[in-house]
Design a protein around this ligand. Sequence first.
Ligand code: MN
Length: 204
Amino acid sequence: MTTYTFADLPYAYDALEPVIDATTMQIHHDRHHKAYYDNFLAAIKDNPLNGQPLETIFAHISKESAALRNNAGGYYNHNHYWNIMRPHGGGEPKGALLDAINSAFGNFDACKAAFKDAGVKQFGSGWAWLIVGKDGKLAVTGTPNQDNPLMDTAAVRGTPILGCDVWEHAYYLHYQNKRADYLDAWWQVVNWDYAAECYAQATA
Ligand code: MN
């Protein structure tokens, strides 16, 4: 049985400034993410999938309610998002992940450009992702709303390595309508150690 928990932010609200401001982080974690978590618990409560890992739930999500899909997605996606960022992050990927990026995209800059493109072009609310696909190769994709590439509804399926929230609640206080500027600045807070862990698990 998986126990679902709501974790504290792994750093202070202001730890990602100036890339992401403290007010945005506090509202995003304490209100938006908490609401997804609470609504997920309500949606899973009387479901036979209760207690299953989120990955198992996502693999069958096409048969489930919109409430479960949206809130399980919102719960998982934000857990990933807080951990894929850190204070004094940024820099460049290393080791096996860098090798895979070079193999899939040619170089890191081309990978960043594809990721930004997925984020900018995601119409309305959603997420940009770097994933390990079923073929074991890295790919960039976008998902609407709180969907993610683990869901059996996703156009491109795979395991998340990097996920960036492009809902307006993630950036609007500081960047207003300039989603592209948020996506450019976001690389400064990426936690490449966590990305490497995700990559190692996805390719184990
Ligand atoms: Mn969000």
